[in-house]
Design a protein around this ligand. Structure first.
Ligand code: ATP
Length: 330
């Protein structure tokens, strides 16, 4: 296949895929730049995910195509981590169609799972948390290191066996270039997920510990810690939901406020207290004190060695709940 040069001038060469080889079907997700559709590669006979751009003007189209190519380049660099990072097949760049063609993740994002299934069994939660760590550890261990910067439940996807993989490299940067603020010092990314040191100094380079801080929001969405101020908030909803205003969130996070732990269930498996402790380490006010993903990976392995044996059963529970849900709709 034809190859396109890596736009950042690095060593990557990304394959191009011809539009005529693809069938593009239903929309499975929406993002800031466009839509993600389920597709099919006719020659390879495999399902694919097609992340295609929507643009309202020629200038916007050029800007977005460049951004898409940059994202593809990050995915391409991480492609060897195919177990824990979503694979990139290539890009499709034709007259009116620009898209990134990826491995299709049949169970959508962790965010989708949570909205579909009320009670995700613990063992599956632990495995998702572990595999997220392993994917992030891989990105951080590359040379040059990739800092994701936008880790959240919508960007951790689940394959047909509910294994988790990291996706959406739209905000990713190589470490030496990375600052979380733009050239005017405006912070990029979701305000509730920004680490306190970056509020203090938006020009500060985002490093590993920035991604580690963001990792705690997996815990929020997996509904065993309830984010909010001391007023409490609703499980699984947006963090700091009742504070609402960006400036106030910023002030409170800088003062050390964190999610409300009082609502962590008192009843639960033994692993619960382990993961709560791990989460607290990840949101330490002092970035130096936060563990790296490597350390987290080592710590978590010991726990999930036992619980991973229960995942097959957990998946049956999820499939049943999804099936019942579908049945009710029909
Ligand atoms: P953002 O606004 O976060 O930048 P985006 O435009 O980069 O979004 P993605 O986050 O990459 O878009 O994807 C949006 C959604 O599409 C995901 O949350 C997921 O539900 C779905 N999706 C993305 N990639 C895939 C894939 N490879 N397989 C299946 N579903 C996917």
């Amino acid at each position: 296949p034809r190859v396109v040069e890596d736009p950042s001038g690095g060593p990557g060469r990304i394959s191009t895929i011809s539009y005529s080889d693809l069938t593009v079907n239903n929309v499975v997700g929406k993002g800031a730049f466009g839509q993600v559709c389920k597709g099919y590669h006719k020659k390879w006979m495999v399902d694919v995910a097609v992340k295609k751009l929507n643009s309202s003007s020629r200038e916007q189209s050029i800007r977005r195509s460049k951004a898409l190519m940059e994202e593809a380049n990050f995915m391409y660099r991480a492609r060897n981590a195919n177990r824990f990072v979503v694979g990139l097949y290539g890009v499709c760049i034709e007259d009116t169609f620009t898209a990134m063609i990826m491995e299709y993740m049949a169970n959508g994002s962790v965010g989708d799972l949570i909205s579909r299934v009320k009670h995700v069994p613990w063992a599956l939660k632990w495995r998702i948390l572990q595999e997220t760590i392993l994917g992030m550890n891989f990105l951080h261990s590359l040379d040059p290191q990739i800092i994701h910067r936008d880790l959240k439940v919508q960007n951790v996807l689940l394959d047909e066996d509910f294994h988790a993989k990291i996706s959406d490299f739209g905000l990713a940067e190589y470490k030496p270039l990375t600052s979380i603020g733009d050239e005017k010092g405006n912070l990029c990314g979701t305000i509730t997920h920004i680490a306190p040191e970056h509020f203090k100094n938006p020009y500060m380079k985002a490093g590993e510990k920035f991604d580690v801080y963001r990792y705690i929001f997996q815990f929020c969405k997996l509904k065993f810690v309830y984010f909010g101020s001391s007023l409490g908030s609703i499980p699984g909803k947006k963090p700091y939901r009742e504070i609402g205003i960006g400036g106030v969130i910023r002030e409170r996070v800088m003062k050390g406020e964190r999610p409300d732990k009082r609502q962590i269930p008192t009843e639960g498996p033994n692993e619960l207290s382990f993961f709560v402790h791990l989460m607290e380490n990840c949101w330490d006010q002092d970035a130096q004190e936060r563990p790296t993903f490597r350390t987290l990976g080592e710590q978590v392995q010991v726990v999930t060695q036992k619980t991973n044996a229960q995942v097959a059963q957990a998946i049956q529970v999820v499939l049943k709940e999804q099936g019942d849900e579908l049945h009710n709709i029909l």
